[in-house]
Ligand binder design. Structure first.
Ligand code: RIB
Length: 306
């Protein structure tokens, strides 16, 4: 069985610069390398899902430029249905400026054409949503569109996963339509009105109508709580890290894939942790997304190690 998933979100060209350290304000330093790699949270999650074996379509927006051709090519090669990706004349394709230094990444996203993904595009591609089991969204397209799509998906009885990155405060009518909300710790604080405590933050969101909050804690794994149940901690994996860009995207894709197969949330989260663990061992957001076979191999190697 192949889960049917529609991803609604961004496409960016990632301009990745490696340096020994970040420059101080007003300082120029020499970098160690630069690459252009396909990215954008929406496109990354769609590619990751396709590699895992899902039937996946992406709704989004690009410019009419060289970056767009490269991004569409990457989606096509992975097997993502691109019929929902609109090309606009009025804006350049989105870009992300990523600095890899001292084992961390810092990212500035310039949305460009992603800002042109509107509620009308959701209406134009409602068939893709109707045909899907799960709708997966992030926050690199306008909030109005995320809100519109989420409410439409809910009306159609779909399972909705929102990866609230980059985070901003969300209206209650949107939160009430979300089955799974997947912030990291920093995003959780922004979403939960500055609540500093992990469980307090999660409870604030559950009280606003979210059905299940899954907070990713990096190598420490995940804190997960469903409305009316206890907080659960699901451990992650300590693996050698090459590039954490797209780790969250790998996690969300893994989660959507496993839920789409009908796995219970705890099992789906464990699977998502494995997808992310394999992805961080490789360079580049989309480039690093593993196939199902690679995730299974990783899982077997974990069971064998003492
Ligand atoms: O989640 C990683 C992604 O965030 C990058 O690919 C970059 O494009 C930004 O959107």
């Amino acid at each position: 069985m192949r889960p049917k998933i529609v991803v609604i979100g961004s496409l960016n060209m990632d301009l990745v610069v490696q340096a020994s350290r970040p420059p101080a304000a007003g300082e120029t330093i020499l970098g160690e390398g630069m690459q252009f790699v396909p990215g954008g949270k929406g496109a990354n999650q769609a590619v990751a899902l396709a590699r895992l074996g899902a039937e996946v379509a992406l709704i989004g927006s690009v410019g009419k430029d060289f970056f767009a051709s490269e991004l569409l090519f990457s989606l096509g090669t992975a097997g993502v249905d691109r019929t929902g990706v609109k090309e606009v004349e009025t804006s350049g394709t989105g870009a992300a400026f990523i600095l890899l230094a001292e084992g961390e990444n810092s990212i500035i996203v310039v949305p460009g054409a992603n800002a042109c993904c509107t509620p009308a595009d959701i209406d134009a591609h409602m068939k893709l949503i109707q045909n899907a089991d799960i709708v997966l969204l992030q926050m690199e397209i306008p909030l109005e569109t995320v809100s519109y799509a989420t409410q439409a998906a809910k009306r159609l009885g779909k399972t909705v996963i929102l990866n609230p990155a980059p985070a901003q405060k969300l209206p209650d009518e949107l939160l009430a339509c979300i089955d799974y909300l997947t912030p990291n710790e920093t995003e959780l604080v922004i979403l939960a009105d500055g609540q500093a405590g992990l469980e307090e933050g999660i409870d604030t969101l559950l009280a606003s109508g979210v059905r299940h909050v899954i907070t990713t804690l990096g190598a420490q794994g995940v804190a997960s709580k469903q409305r009316g149940q206890q907080l659960e901690r699901i451990p992650g994996y300590r693996v050698p890290v090459v590039d954490t860009t797209g780790a969250g995207d790998a996690f969300n894709a893994g989660l959507a894939y496993a839920l789409g197969l009908g796995k219970p949330p705890g099992e789906a989260i464990s699977f998502a942790n494995k997808v992310a663990a394999v992805a961080v061992g490789r360079f580049g957001a989309q480039l690093g997304m593993p196939t199902l076979e690679e995730v299974v191999r990783f899982s077997e190697s974990c069971e064998q190690s003492p």
